[in-house]
Design a protein around this ligand. Structure first.
Ligand code: FES
Length: 167
């Protein structure tokens, strides 16, 4: 019996999710986007070591994989914060001031769009229509929708997360 105390068993566990994903695919190039989507769903983003392991297992080329991962905006190469804020920049929200809402959030959180706060609590993103235009301007924080926002009400929502220990 092995008394190995190195990190290999932990590594195996870390890659278990990848192994489970790859079982669902033949592993050829046509599967690349769905595999990347599944990896992102499982890990929250596309960790480089997981992508390397995937290339090892499938024979895909790292340059090709990175090309696809960086081309599509749906893929993240860095981990997000604990909470992801999605400010809608669809037409209805845009004409109702979502840009000012996003600016206020960026100022409140001291980040730019696409960045994560220094404390790792929030990632600020913009998206196209969230499907609830009658509430414009709208943002989602994780699965929660916040509508009819103003720059001040958006700031207050963030402050409330911190004040109530949700962040
Ligand atoms: S445009 Fe923002 S929810 Fe539709």
């Amino acid at each position: 019996m092995s008394n190995c105390n190195c990190c290999c068993s932990q590594d195996n566990k870390y890659f278990d999710k990848l192994e489970a994903i790859l079982k669902n695919y033949a592993g050829n190039e046509a599967d690349l986007i769905p595999i990347l989507q599944d990896i992102q769903a499982a890990y929250g983003y596309l960790p480089k070591d997981v992508l390397n392991k995937m290339c090892e297992k499938t024979g895909m080329y790292p340059t090709e994989v990175m090309g696809v991962a960086t081309f599509y905006s749906q893929f993240r190469l860095v981990p997000t914060g604990e909470h992801v804020i999605k400010v809608c920049f669809g037409t209805a929200c845009h004409v109702n001031g979502s840009e000012k809402v996003a600016d206020a959030l960026a100022d409140e959180l001291k980040v730019k769009i696409g960045e994560t706060t220094e404390d790792g609590k929030f990632t600020l993103e913009t998206v196209a229509c969230l499907g609830c235009c009658s509430l414009a301007p709208v943002m989602m924080i994780d699965e929660e929708t916040h509508g009819r926002l103003t720059p001040d009400s958006a700031r207050n929502i963030i402050r409330d997360y911190y004040a109530t220990g949700r962040a």
